[in-house]
Design a protein around this ligand. Structure first.
Ligand SMILES: CC(C)(COP(=O)(O)OP(=O)(O)OC[C@H]1O[C@@H](n2cnc3c(N)ncnc32)[C@H](O)[C@@H]1OP(=O)(O)O)[C@@H](O)C(=O)NCCC(=O)NCCS
Length: 252
């Protein structure tokens, strides 16, 4: 699996009447920090079970971020489906990966989302599975022995061979690529994180280097790095290679 260089990293404002050809993957970037009136607007689009889940967050900020993320995923998917956001229905696999209910999804849309520190990324395509992950780069986390605990032996060796000043970015490159891969496969943390290796050095392409889970994954999944903004690392993993990426900035 090679990294994709076939896209332009700029996050553009979308035009009206957005189209999604079969060979495109669209990523959307959005801030979860929205004014109260807009949070209320998003809340109105949610299903009762999503509203109940929102109520379970202890802190208002976390509750609002959940509501905005759910409202946005509905709003963005509705653009492609020519529906109203509240008309969408979701179901979940046994590991929690959401997808659209079949009754409204004759065009076979697939999506995934990730959020960190108030920034959300959404990825949408047709007829192929995908996973996306974004993380805010926290140098203290990169130093805490988490790599030694969760990454593969090869990844830890690659990470610790880098100059110390590159290790935080490399750590989060590794983290987001691993998460995007397990999210694309949809099996969550039931997949053993040390049983596959991803590239991680800053400036080098995002690649699934090896996997002891399923050898066919090397050709099945295509991995690419995303550039969501200063201080963040992000990765996208999509089935097959015959696709192009377009990056959109969400705006009201
Ligand atoms: C749930 C998980 C899939 C992602 O969690 P995360 O990185 O904390 O959260 P993200 O913001 O990236 O993604 C959350 C979204 O992924 C989606 N999601 C949930 N389960 C999923 C699954 N099994 N597969 C794909 N996507 C999933 C949901 O849309 C969820 O949004 P929601 O919170 O609004 O329901 C899972 O991988 C996890 O718990 N990870 C914990 C982090 C960790 O230990 N990582 C080790 C990296 S080396």
């Amino acid at each position: 699996m090679r990294s994709s260089n076939n896209f332009d990293h700029a996050w553009r404002l979308p035009q009206k009447g957005i189209l999604l050809p079969d060979d495109e993957v669209h990523t959307w970037r959005a801030s979860l920090d929205q004014p109260p009136s807009r949070v209320r607007g998003f809340l109105d689009t949610l299903a009762p079970e999503e509203k109940e889940r929102a109520q379970r967050f202890h802190f208002q900020k976390d509750r609002d971020h959940f509501v905005v993320a759910r409202g946005l995923v509905r709003t963005i998917l509705a653009l492609y489906l020519n529906l109203e956001p509240h008309q969408l229905g979701f179901r979940y696999n046994s590991y929690g990966k959401p997808c659209l209910v079949e009754e409204i999804n004759s065009s076979n849309l697939r999506f995934n989302l990730s959020h960190s520190r108030g920034l959300a990324l959404f990825a949408i395509t047709r007829g192929r599975e995908l996973g996306i992950d974004v993380e805010y780069i926290r140098p203290d986390v990169a130093e805490e022995g988490i790599a030694e605990r969760f990454f593969s032996t090869r990844e830890v060796a690659m990470l610790r061979a880098l100059p110390v000043n590159l290790q935080a970015e490399a750590f989060f490159n590794c983290w987001t690529r691993k998460e995007a891969y397990i999210k694309a496969r949809g099996e969550g943390l039931s997949l053993p994180l040390d049983q596959f290796d991803v590239s991680l050095a800053p400036g080098e392409p995002a690649v699934l280097l090896d996997t002891r889970i399923d050898l066919e994954d090397i050709s099945r999944w295509h991995m690419t790095e995303l550039a969501p903004g200063a201080g963040f690392a992000a990765a996208l993993v999509v089935e097959h290679r015959d696709w192009h990426l377009r990056c959109w900035q969400w705006t009201e």
